[in-house]
Design a protein around this ligand. Structure first.
Ligand SMILES: Cc1cc2nc3c(=O)[nH]c(=O)nc-3n(C[C@H](O)[C@H](O)[C@H](O)COP(=O)(O)OP(=O)(O)OC[C@H]3O[C@@H](n4cnc5c(N)ncnc54)[C@H](O)[C@@H]3O)c2cc1C
Ligand SMILES: *[C@@H]1O[C@H](CO)[C@@H](O)[C@H](O)[C@H]1NC(C)=O
Ligand SMILES: *[C@@H]1O[C@H](CO)[C@@H](O)[C@H](O)[C@H]1NC(C)=O
Ligand SMILES: *[C@@H]1O[C@H](CO)[C@@H](O)[C@H](O)[C@H]1NC(C)=O
Length: 534
């Protein structure tokens, strides 16, 4: 749908009557509301707008889904207002009006962005947030084996709605149940069924988006280039995803989960070395990730613990046979195994206590209290030697709340070609590393923790992918580089673009240049169009 000529005329008349001299937050909101009322047939209730003039409701909405406390600090730029649309045409109208009025837009679905890109603009102010939290309908069609899911729904709600209709269907996306499906799928979306079925993006059938021209397009209307780009090219570079149509995958009625923990004193280093050799080659029904933390050791000294946290798409007896053959070093026993339904395995892997029922997923809430954090990622192509693991332990014992999660690849991940979607980390990857450091005392200790993270990242360089040193775009890391305010350069963006997308970066730039040449959808690490003048 193009703007109607009536609409353009109305807006032009209206623009002439707006004074641009001293834009205040209220002036921006007033212009925006007036523009919306021209474009939206349905009137937008004023309860859909939040401004700093009502600090408590503003801060409640701003904070609601934001995951990283670093980006909620008073020192961080705040939006002029937050708009929470109630319908897809309202999102469309918001895009059109931001474009016409020259308002910088941030879109938020689930608020889990590591660098707060969905609710803070560090390089460009003023800005506004369009928060899709009210757009969360989920329509599951078991006969057709698919579901339409609006962007503001959490992955936990999606899993719940699927499980409500069938015990033998699931969807292979993230482990953390409060992720917004809107932003999550834009970057890949991995979870505990990735070795069997690939990523969320590998199981998307269709999408509805608002493009930079304010049109609502589905797959047929947007064409295969744009449909390719939105499935892994990262959030907020190509348009606003309104909804994804996802393909459901079969899951057995009974699955098995376990968590086995080994500390340094229990031979963690040797077992982890072994895991690196087998994790990507195991039966594809088996996903064993390793969660590495520090804890108080048995005699009071701090130690490093490695927790093998697993999902097996099958029963415990078969799992025990697979483990005995492929990874006996872990010493898995029958009493470690919990047989359960797929939906309960979701709760287990997400770390919920066993008395929490699946209905909790409908609340869309994260499991843990929010913290300040910084994270980075790496991809590993060859096992990291034991001596190098010792260096990681040494580093961990120097940090307050360090965490690293190692996620196995192989299986379906290595059968999908690097260029099938923008997500390029496929064949040849043994596992992915995520490093996290968290703290609770605000900005004052930020520098110390970030320095620790940088040092560990530097230490890891020889053991991980090189040229480029790959990174996962859903683990946004602005230390890899940033666009400059109001100007982007292909060669600058290529520095981080190749880390996230390898050769797919070039195709992403071509798609961006065709569909958003004026760079309306932009942020610190958005895909730049070629030849952009402003
Ligand atoms: C605790 C935690 C656990 C995680 N676990 C996993 C995991 O298991 N697997 C995994 O793959 N990733 C995981 N992630 C990373 C997660 O996939 C990304 O942070 C993802 O971008 C979150 O999507 P969101 O909608 O919640 O975030 P948001 O912060 O809302 O959005 C992220 C980015 O996408 C843009 N965006 C949001 N909505 C839209 C939309 N509708 N259309 C276009 N652009 C949009 C935003 O502007 C922003 O740039 C985890 C993150 C956290 C914080
Ligand atoms: C929102 O978060 C900020 C920063 O953590 C905090 O100061 C503020 O009180 C929070 N607001 C609400 C309503 O919880
Ligand atoms: C106590 O802990 C340290 C460090 O983990 C370890 O080297 C030592 O062997 C432990 N001693 C006993 C008695 O367990
Ligand atoms: C689950 O158990 C914990 C204690 O183990 C308790 O604090 C909590 O209230 C329980 N939750 C529910 C939903 O029963």
């Amino acid at each position: 749908m193009r703007f109607s000529s009536n609409f353009i005329v109305l807006v032009s008349v209206f623009l002439l009557s707006v004074s641009w001299a001293t834009p205040t937050p209220t002036a921006t909101l007033q212009s925006f509301k007036q523009c919306l009322s021209f474009n939206s047939r349905i009137s937008v209730p004023s309860s859909s707008f939040y401004t700093p003039y009502n600090p408590s409701s503003f801060s409640r909405i701003l904070n609601s889904t934001a995951q990283n406390l670093r980006y909620l600090e008073p020192s961080k730029p705040k939006p002029e207002f937050i708009f929470t649309p109630l319908s897809e045409p309202q999102v469309q109208a918001a895009v059109i009006c931001c474009k016409i009025l020259g308002i910088h837009l941030r879109v938020r679905s689930g608020g889990h962005d590591y660098e707060g890109l969905s609710y803070v603009s560090g390089i460009e102010t003023p800005f506004v947030i369009v928060d899709l939290a009210n757009l969360r309908s989920i329509t599951v069609n078991i006969q057709k084996n698919n579901a339409w899911v609006q962007a503001g729904a959490t992955v936990g709600e999606v899993y719940y709605r699927i499980a409500q209709k069938s015990k033998v269907h699931g969807f292979p996306a993230g482990l953390c149940t409060s992720l917004g499906i809107g932003g999550h799928i834009t970057g890949g979306a991995y979870g505990s069924m990735m070795r069997k079925y690939g990523l969320g993006v590998d199981n998307v059938l269709d999408a509805r988006i608002v493009d930079a021209n304010g049109r609502i397009l589905d797959r047929a209307a947007m064409g295969e280039d744009l449909f390719w780009a939105i499935r892994g090219g990262g959030g907020a570079s190509f348009g606003v995803i309104l909804a994804w149509k996802i393909k459901l995958v079969p899951v057995p009625e009974t699955v098995t989960v376990f968590t086995v923990t080994k500390s340094l004193e229990q031979g963690a280093t040797k077992i982890l070395y072994r895991w690196q050799q087998v994790a990507d080659k195991l039966d594809e029904n088996l996903f064993i990730r390793v969660i590495i933390q520090t804890s108080a050791g048995q005699n009071g000294t701090r130690t490093v613990t490695t927790s093998y946290n697993a999902l097996f798409l099958g029963g415990a007896n078969r799992l025990l046979r697979v483990m005995k053959k492929s990874f006996p070093e872990l010493g898995l026993s029958r009493k470690d195994c919990i047989e359960t339904s797929w939906i309960n395995s979701v709760l287990y892997i997400a770390g919920y206590p066993s008395n929490i029922t699946a209905e909790f997923l409908l609340q869309g809430k994260p499991l843990l209290p929010k913290v300040y954090f910084k994270a980075k990622s790496d991809f590993v192509k060859e096992p990291i030697p034991e001596a190098a693991l010792e260096g990681i332990w040494k580093s961990f014992l120097q940090e307050d709340i360090p965490l690293t999660i190692w996620t196995p690849y192989g299986g379906m991940m290595s059968r999908i070609s690097e260029s099938a979607t923008p997500f390029p980390h496929r064949k040849g990857t043994l596992f992915k590393i995520q490093y996290v450091t968290a703290w609770v005392d605000g900005e004052k200790s930020e520098k110390k923790h970030i320095n620790w993270m940088r040092k560990l990242y530097k230490y890891m360089a020889p053991y991980v992918s090189q040229s480029p040193r790959e990174a996962y775009v859903n683990y946004r890391d602005l230390e890899l580089g940033m666009n400059k305010k109001r100007s982007t350069s292909y060669s600058q963006a290529k520095v981080w673009g190749e880390k996230y997308f390898k050769d797919n970066f070039n195709r992403l730039v071509r798609v961006k240049t065709i569909f958003d040449p004026e760079n309306f959808f932009r942020h610190e690490q958005s895909i730049p169009p070629l030849r952009f003048y402003r």
